[in-house]
Design a protein around this ligand. Structure first.
Ligand code: GAP
Length: 480
């Protein structure tokens, strides 16, 4: 079973130290969340799994970690200053403020009588408020979603030369470093560059817990290929690879589906995008409304490298970018050709992945006494804590000493904790609820036979293991 809804996870996450509402001591900050002791471990495990899978296990991908604040000119030539905006409308009846492109009727219907101008459609009453259903909506205004800041101690707030943005995607930090990475690592096409880190967007309607926030984390990879590669086929191949990765992390394939983004909804840089959707809202009656984007795989053509290049020209022979000092083209030695590589971009969100994994892992089980317990069946590779060491008698110094020694012996190879703050039933329940795959109890018998009891989170089965064999035993069972 999975969680019935996101609210169940919000409550568990707060109660057990995964995610807290941010700035709570000052009344909170809308749609901002802080990751607690277990949340940060879970996020780190997801990011490490992703990094291992792409950067370590493949031979064609390098990693980078670029600045969050880049030269403002990057965002001019990436197209974000001019086009990274959402259409905003207000409902005159219920005063709700919304993203117009998410509303029923916003995109023109097919057919020769279709009204193509969005404001004409709004005025003709073809678009409905998502809150009250009224068609009495304002015209749309364009709202740039990049978060602004100013640089330099002496900068006045309205000084345009001091204006900078917090990056809305990690991708641009990869494109502007394309030549640095290619030259220093002596790479030949095809190869990829991966980056994980924070991005920021001034979302009009953030919400649904960590699904849509203004500050979030992305795991992006730009895969550079020749202009004559089979780009659409490569998109399909990366889609399939990511589907397998998500399933290996713990998502059920039945809760994943693909969405081919229609041409009119494609981002300014994309020729094709396939979104992997997750069933974040299983409680919604209409199947269509149960899904939201988990990640997207886009064919970005040579748009970005060309836009940032000093020598690239447009159809009229004019330089596209008079500000750049570098030409981000690639020389193919084998074919003696120079060109701008094309890009396939799988772009995933850390927070959306974590939310999907929590929803999926949630389950309930009833014990012999009829009590219902929550069990978080996270895959062992991403569980925040791998083993909890529990002494059966906390007033017996020899048992406590041995339990602490077992914890210390495991710590170099896996994340282990020691806990003696309750009766054994309560301690087991606590670990089940946070997804710890193994509870290890030290009892009187352990002092005699140098063995401990290992209890499995999912089956509640127990087995006796010698302390000397414990680390190896657990490591074997933790392998994906
Ligand atoms: N570089 C391409 C790009 O940024 P995107 O579809 O806008 O593409 C990629 O973002 C992923 O980042 C999304 O699929 C989602 O997982 C995550 N993401 C985007 N906006 C987000 C937000 N406001 N809150 C949480 N995650 C977000």
């Amino acid at each position: 079973m999975a969680a019935p809804n996101i609210d169940t996870i919000v409550s568990l996450a707060k109660r057990r130290g995964f995610v807290f509402p941010s700035s709570e001591v000052y009344g909170g900050l809308g749609s901002a969340w802080d990751y607690g002791p277990l949340g940060v471990e879970l996020c780190n495990n997801v990011k490490q799994s992703w990094w291992r899978w792409l950067v370590y296990e493949r031979d064609d991908i390098e990693g980078v970690d670029s600045s969050i604040i880049l030269n403002r000119t990057v965002w001019k030539y990436s197209g974000h200053e001019a086009t990274f905006h959402d259409p905003l409308v207000d409902c005159r009846e219920c005063k709700n403020r919304m993203r117009a492109d998410k509303l029923e009727g916003y995109f023109p219907a097919e057919g020769k009588d279709a009204v193509f101008n969005a404001n004409e459609r709004l005025r003709a009453g073809l678009v409905k408020c998502s809150e009250c259903g009224s068609t009495n909506l304002t015209d749309e205004r364009h709202f740039n979603m990049m978060l602004r800041t100013t640089l330099g101690a002496a900068s006045a707030e309205d000084d345009p030369t001091a204006l900078a943005y917090l990056r809305p995607e990690t991708a641009q930090g990869i494109f502007i470093n394309f030549l640095n990475v290619q030259n220093t690592m002596r790479r030949k096409l095809p190869f990829g560059i991966a980056q994980v880190g924070k991005s920021f967007r001034n979302e009009i309607t953030p919400g649904n817990f960590i699904l849509r926030t203004r500050e979030f984390e992305q795991m992006e990879m730009e895969y550079f290929v020749r202009p004559d590669a089979e780009h659409f086929k490569l998109v399909d191949e990366w889609v399939e690879s990511y589907m397998e990765w998500f399933v290996e992390l713990g998502l059920d394939r039945n809760n994943l589906k693909l969405h081919e983004v229609p041409e009119k909804e494609l981002a300014h840089y994309s020729k094709r995008t396939v979104d992997i959707m997750y069933r974040y809202f299983p409680e919604r009656a209409e199947e269509e409304r149960q899904w939201e984007e988990l990640m997207g795989i886009a064919y970005r053509t040579d748009f970005d490298l060309r836009s940032h290049s000093s020598k690239a020209i447009d159809d009229e022979g004019k330089r596209i970018n008079p500000d750049s000092t570098e030409d981000l083209s690639y020389f193919d030695e084998a074919n003696k050709q120079r060109f701008y590589p094309h890009v396939i971009e799988p772009a995933a969100g850390v927070n959306r992945t974590v939310l999907a994994l929590l929803l999926e892992a949630y389950s309930e089980k009833t014990n012999d006494k009829g009590e219902t317990r929550v069990i978080l069946k996270l895959s062992p590779q991403i569980a925040p804590i791998k083993a909890a060491i529990l002494p059966l008698a906390k007033n017996k110094p020899e048992i406590v000493g041995m339990a602490k020694a077992v914890k210390r012996s495991l710590q170099p190879v896996l994340r282990a904790v020691y806990d003696d703050t309750g009766g054994i039933g309560k301690l087991y329940a606590r670990q089940d609820e946070i997804g710890t795959p193994f509870c290890i109890t030290v009892d009187h018998q352990s002092l005699e036979d140098e063995a401990v009891t290992v209890r499995d989170r999912d089956t509640w089965e127990q087995e006796r293991i010698k302390v000397v064999d414990l680390a190896e035993h657990l490591q074997k069972r933790l392998k994906p």
